[in-house]
Design a protein around this ligand. Sequence first.
Ligand SMILES: Nc1ncnc2c1ncn2[C@@H]1O[C@H](COP(=O)(O)OS(=O)(=O)O)[C@@H](OP(=O)(O)O)[C@H]1O
Length: 265
Amino acid sequence: MCTQETFRALDAFEARSDDVLLASYPKCGSNWILHIVSELIFAVSKKKYACPEFPVLECGDAEKYQRMKLFPSPRILTTHLHYDKLPQSIFKNKAKILVIFRNPKDTAVSFFHFHNDVPDIPSYASWDEFFRQFIKGQVSWGSYFDFAINWNKHIDDENVKFILYEDLKENLVVGIKQISEFLGFSLTDEQIETISTQSTFLAMRANSQETHGAIGPFLFRKGEVGDWKRLFNETQNQEMDERFKECLAGTSLGDKLKYEAYCLA
Ligand SMILES: Nc1ncnc2c1ncn2[C@@H]1O[C@H](COP(=O)(O)OS(=O)(=O)O)[C@@H](OP(=O)(O)O)[C@H]1O
């Protein structure tokens, strides 16, 4: 899905100031935010947002970026690339960036199920095997913690807004309002309510075959906070807690992730 040619071509990708980039480690909720931002754009422009390309910026053939030059604005781009691998034009041209984070334990569990549920991607022998690789950062798109450490340095950057999956679960209306304000949109409370109703897990899962094809039900699997409790054993909990402490405790992002609330049993 990410060839060397595509990566080389990506370096020359020309971002626009009205592009919206959704940056996240895999399984942190990028399809959720993509849906919300698409609906916000629809509410303000009355034009259904349709992306003719697979939305993940780094996936696809090397000619993809040429074709993308023809897309009307605003374009929504998603990426799982680490900060230092993003094309420079995103920063130079001041595209808006939403960075989506989710607690590392639920992220790992979601990632494991995705690998083992979806027929066309490699599966792991067991959860224990996946956990070992996840902690070492030897999974697709690398280490969750490296991704987080890099983004933590940019949490206060202009044109960047961090969103927490768990905050959205707690209060979707407030979350959508914040995203809308960050993007400079002005919507009524009623419009925000409508988008919120269409963006719940149940609503998105019910539509998932239509919106995402056969992969839909795997992508919209459970949508819960705390699912990690079913898979993590005591040693794995300790290992993840240690890693969090080493990498993120006391940082701005570490505080924002509310690890105590969401990751301690
Ligand atoms: N509306 C809504 N509400 C709550 N949770 C939601 C929603 N939409 C997607 N999800 C959950 O997000 C997880 C998938 O993350 P991504 O979309 O980032 O996956 S991917 O990396 O692009 O494959 C995956 O998490 P798990 O269910 O825990 O596996 C999805 O269910």
